[in-house]
Write a protein that binds this ligand. Structure first.
Ligand SMILES: O=P(O)(O)OC[C@H]1O[C@H](OP(=O)(O)OP(=O)(O)O)[C@H](O)[C@@H]1O
Ligand SMILES: O=c1cc[nH]c(=O)[nH]1
Ligand SMILES: [Mg+2]
Length: 208
């Protein structure tokens, strides 16, 4: 697995803003979406292009366009929805495959509760989005599910990753590429990332 740790100044700045204890729901949403766009920009660097000739005001011109265009974005409910608009800004025609997965607070094990996947997963690049990679359980279970349904090209986009989650994902799915805006220190005894963001789902949805 390749870990792409983004180092762009805009990413560093926005992740810093996201960490503020007194951040508003509105600002958290906006930053999560913007970082979703920046991660998507990075994760789509290797999409293949082809040359086509189009008519322009000055006559025929050879231009590049993305080949195939088969992508599905996979937000993990709930918090992954917070990045979705930003990803769609750059990939407005992508199919969306929704996976509902929450982490049991005691066992920290992922509990699946919903799935509605795009067709032809074997022909699509799947871009899984979730702000937090903590133990890695939710991401690993989602990728297990996608692979079971045929997906074979998968990238994971997260805002903050814990070293524990990176190691677990590497072990379970070495073929998946991870893109993260930040790699933090460790997990606390409740499985929360330190320094982290707190509960990203609650911050995005204004719950608790
Ligand atoms: O790497 P893990 O240890 O599995 O933890 C990360 C998961 O926890 C959070 O979701 P949560 O269970 O809080 O659900 P929510 O999105 O509905 O808030 C987060 O959005 C990830 O999906
Ligand atoms: O730090 C964490 C870990 C899991 N889920 C979150 O929202 N935050
Ligand atoms: Mg949550």
């Amino acid at each position: 697995m390749t870990v792409h740790q983004l180092s762009h100044p805009l990413v560093k700045h926005k992740i810093g803003l996201l960490r503020a204890a007194d951040i508003s729901t509105r600002q958290f949403r906006q930053l999560a979406a913007e970082l979703g766009s920046l991660l998507t920009y990075e994760a789509t660097q290797d999409l293949a292009t082809e040359t086509v000739t189009i008519d322009t005001w000055s006559g025929p011109v050879a231009v590049e366009q993305i080949q195939g265009k088969k992508v599905t974005i996979v937000p993990i409910l709930r918090a992954g929805l917070g990045m979705l608009d930003g990803v769609l800004e750059l990939l407005p025609s992508a199919r969306i495959s929704v996976v509902g997965m929450y982490r049991d607070e005691e066992s920290l094990q992922p509990v699946p509760y919903f799935q509605k996947l795009a067709s032809d997963l074997d022909q699509r690049l799947a871009i899984v989005v979730d702000p937090m990679l903590a133990t890695g359980g939710s991401m690993i279970a989602t990728i297990d599910l996608l692979k079971k349904h045929g997906a074979n090209r998968i990238k994971a986009l997260v805002l903050v990753a814990a070293p524990e989650g990176i190691a677990a994902l590497q072990q379970a799915h070495p073929d998946v590429d991870l893109y993260t805006a930040a790699t933090d220190r460790c997990l606390n005894e409740h499985g929360y990332i330190l320094p982290g963001l707190g509960d990203a789902g609650d911050k995005l949805f204004g719950t608790k």
